[in-house]
Design a protein around this ligand. Sequence first.
Ligand code: CA
Ligand code: CA
Length: 163
Amino acid sequence: FRLHLHIKALQGLCSSLRCQEEQRPAGKHQGEGSRVCTPCRRGWTFFQDRCYFHSCSLGTWDTANRSCASLGALLLQVTSLAEQAHIVASMKAPSFWMGLTDQALEGAWMWVDGTHSAANASYWQTGEPNGRQKENCALARQDGHWYDAPCTEQHHWVCEKEP
Ligand SMILES: [Ca+2]
Ligand SMILES: [Ca+2]
């Protein structure tokens, strides 16, 4: 089962590499052997001392959570307006899972590292979260806002780690 997860994570990484190669402007290469250097592994983007990975595949919140863990990372934790803006600007999918859940206690939204979601750095859409016990996992959409949704829905996801 763990091998299966590894394979799924690698597939996600490979497709992410393809995404990045496709998005890189053709004129940016300055001759053979030149590389874009960041402290992050290939396939990850760098922003304010953190590395981010955008999955190309879809999965449930649990799948996303385990995939990030298998990459030595955590599901995205948004802790500032700048980070929120960067992540939304670099989105490649209509929606993605974040590492925010109220599965442990309804209404108590916690990040996957165990910290509580701060009210001064939360970006819920007006009226959200609205799913009570039926929607316990948080995703971000292209409008830049957060929504609670059933954890079994299939969405892309973003992992985050230190370089
Ligand atoms: Ca809930
Ligand atoms: Ca909702």
